[in-house]
Design a binder for this molecule. Structure first.
Ligand SMILES: [Fe+2]
Length: 285
């Protein structure tokens, strides 16, 4: 399916959700930090990231399939090459599930928009998900590993808080908003997190803010906001480590079941093993 056709299909699906809300829960799958390469044989810290993605997709297809939509929260590609984005588009289109992409610090926004998801050009997108809204934010500062929410995104969050108080809402972005207790990772969080959390806390129906970037699972309550982090589909970072350190825990995904009454169920599932032996590297990536 061509990118434009895929996008049209996604909009049609969303439109149907708006016209005919039902009591059926909306099932959402989050994939994060895929770090794909254009070259199918290239590896990140010893792992073929296409193979780890396939292992995570196989797990999701066994346990949580089909979701109603997939959200991909950045670092989709590691080598900043168009071929890697084209590969991912073809793989996702082949699943037949609507998907929404957010950029991470390793992404090239122009390539992501041009080759994979044209809607990713917007700094803040609202997507209907059954009875819920998803707000998809771009937290990337071009050329930097850390993140920031632009003033226009903060303004958009405030407007969303005022405009749709009745619809339960999830926010997705790449970078984390609160320290993870890991010195090297915490140098790369959202820089203006205090302002972002203040804006988010005003939303009367916000259920959670969900990020990638940290390559580990977390569930925190900060300034009245529930903050969730999700493992990578490739290598994992060791929680609590002062310096770069890999975690032997395996790749995974987050599932989210959005009930029509506003109740959120969510969890993380991990594969049984890496496709290839993991080398615990001590150097950064
Ligand atoms: Fe990443």
């Amino acid at each position: 399916m061509a990118a434009q056709d895929a996008q049209t299909a996604r909009e049609d699906s969303i439109g149907q959700d708006r016209r005919a809300p039902t009591a059926t829960p909306f099932r959402l799958l989050q994939l994060s930090d895929l770090h794909l390469y254009a070259d199918p044989e290239r590896r990140l810290l010893g792992q073929n990231t296409r193979r780890t993605l396939e292992s995570v997709l196989a797990l999701a297809q066994a346990r949580y399939w089909p979701p109603d939509a997939i959200v991909l929260t950045g670092d989709l590609v590691h080598d900043e090459l168009p071929g890697a984005y084209r590969f991912l588009r073809e793989r996702l289109d082949g699943l037949g599930i609507p998907y929404h992409c957010i950029p991470g610090n390793h992404d090239r926004l122009d390539l992501l928009v041009g080759q994979l998801d044209p809607t990713a050009a917007s700094g803040l997108r609202r997507v209907a998900a059954g009875a819920w809204d998803l707000l998809l934010l771009d937290s990337v500062i071009p050329g930097e590993a850390g993140g920031r929410l632009h003033a226009t995104v903060l303004k958009g969050l405030a407007e969303a808080a005022r405009g749709a108080p009745a619809r339960p809402t999830l926010v997705f972005l790449h970078h984390h908003l609160a320290p993870m207790g890991s010195r090297w990772i915490d140098t790369m969080q959202v820089a203006n997190a205090t302002a972002a959390l203040a804006a988010l806390a005003l939303h009367p129906a916000l259920r959670a803010v969900i990020c990638g970037h940290v390559h580990q699972e977390a569930d925190q309550q900060v300034a009245g906001v529930r903050l969730l982090a999700t493992p990578s589909t490739c290598v994992q970072f060791l929680p609590g480590s002062a310096d770069f350190s890999l975690d032997p825990r395996t790749p995974g995904y987050r599932w989210l079941t959005l009930h029509a009454d506003g109740h959120l169920e969510t969890g993380v599932e991990r594969t049984d093993a890496y496709p290839e032996p993991l080398t615990i590297a001590t150097q950064g990536y």
